[in-house]
Design a binder for this molecule. Structure first.
Ligand code: GRF
Length: 199
């Protein structure tokens, strides 16, 4: 059984690209069936390149997080993915969307959670002056990067690191962890929970 995956992004989608490259291997047990974004993200170019359908639910077109989330959920329901992957989606999902998909919704985060949750994990680690930070893959819950940790790994901070330099050192680790977690879920080595009835 091939695990069907929807990936949601806001940015360059380099982590998405890594997953697409891995899934291009016929032996990989998961397939990205749709890519969604909250804006005209640069990462949507990867959908184009791989011939994968995509959709945009523009944040600014809705007058509330709930209305935006309801449309995002409706778009996801069209595709009925087995797993939703947030990979650089810079929005907190409304609790209704999390409830509709959890626990089959995971997120990558560029820190060693529970250290440095939130939108600026890399910047916060630098500001804290730590000698190491990390990358994590978690199940999305109602909190901010507070769900069950599925995989994580330490990444060293180098003296003089800029936020960009440190983030670029973290991302390859994030990608490797994400690909491995998706594979393990697809091969039932990792069981997140029963998929909720879609109707
Ligand atoms: C990743 O580090 C992700 O964990 C964070 O934002 C970054 C997205 O990078 N939320 P990209 O869009 O995959 O290049």
């Amino acid at each position: 059984m091939v695990l069907t995956v929807a990936v949601l992004i806001s940015g360059t989608g380099s982590n998405l690209r890594a997953l697409l490259d891995a899934a291009a291997d016929p032996g990989f047990p998961a397939r990205v069936i749709v890519i969604g974004a909250d804006r005209e993200a640069d990462g949507l170019a990867h959908a184009e390149a791989f011939g994968i359908p995509s959709f945009v639910v523009p944040w600014e077109a809705f007058d509330s997080r709930e209305a935006w989330g309801a449309e995002l959920d409706a778009q996801l329901k069209v595709w009925q993915p087995d797993l939703v992957v947030l990979s650089g989606l810079m929005r907190l999902l409304p609790r209704e969307v999390v409830a509709a998909w959890s626990p089959n919704i995971i997120n990558t985060h560029p820190a060693f959670l529970p250290e440095f949750p939130g939108a600026h994990g890399v910047r916060d680690a630098l500001a804290a002056g730590v000698s190491e930070t990390g990358a994590s893959v978690i199940v999305v819950d109602d909190g901010v990067d507070s769900g069950p940790i599925l995989a994580q790994e330490r990444v060293p901070v180098h003296p003089g690191d800029t936020e960009a330099a440190l983030h670029e050192r973290i991302k390859p680790v994030e990608r490797r962890l994400l690909i491995d977690v998706v594979r393990r879920i697809a091969e039932s080595e990792l069981v997140l929970g029963v998929r909720p009835d879609p109707n």
